[in-house]
Design a protein around this ligand. Structure first.
Ligand SMILES: [Zn+2]
Length: 141
């Protein structure tokens, strides 16, 4: 399960609308409770989409950005618990590329942005090499 404050959802939606018509992406930072399979998000950290040629339907995170965010999280005694990205004018379902780069024990938030307006989002987790929709709890903050 993913627990995320509503203010961070608003932040992701804002980034998605500002980045439209391109995909934007970033990291979900917080705590992981492996025993109960709960990821709690405390911060979001947007990074540059490295895929410039197909930035409207692909995203790519540089290893340098990954290390930078991991270092940032570690210093705050937090962890990277997932990745968020947008699908401009597409549904919030993971693509084949999303699946190919997915890691276990991470939450993948996908937000659909249509005509520049953030719409619905879902969180996905890997289960046996396929994506299943993750249960989400949005909390007030
Ligand atoms: Zn995607």
């Amino acid at each position: 399960m993913l627990i995320i404050p509503d203010k961070l959802i608003r932040e992701i939606k804002k980034q998605g609308e500002e980045g439209y018509p391109y995909e934007i992406c970033g990291f979900l930072i917080g705590h992981i409770d492996f025993e109960n399979d709960i990821r709690k998000v405390l911060e979001v950290f947007q990074v540059e989409n490295q895929n410039k040629e197909r930035a409207n339907d692909r995203f790519e995170i540089s290893p340098k950005d990954f290390l930078k965010v991991e270092d940032y999280a570690t210093r705050k005694e937090l962890a990277i618990v997932g990745i968020y990205h947008t699908h401009p004018d597409h549904p919030n379902r993971p693509s084949q590329t999303d699946l190919a780069f997915a890691q276990p024990d991470m939450s993948y938030i996908i937000l659909s942005v249509r005509n520049g307006k953030a719409e619905d989002w879902k969180s996905w987790v890997l289960d046996d090499n396929r994506f299943v929709e993750e249960k989400v709890k949005v909390i007030n903050s």
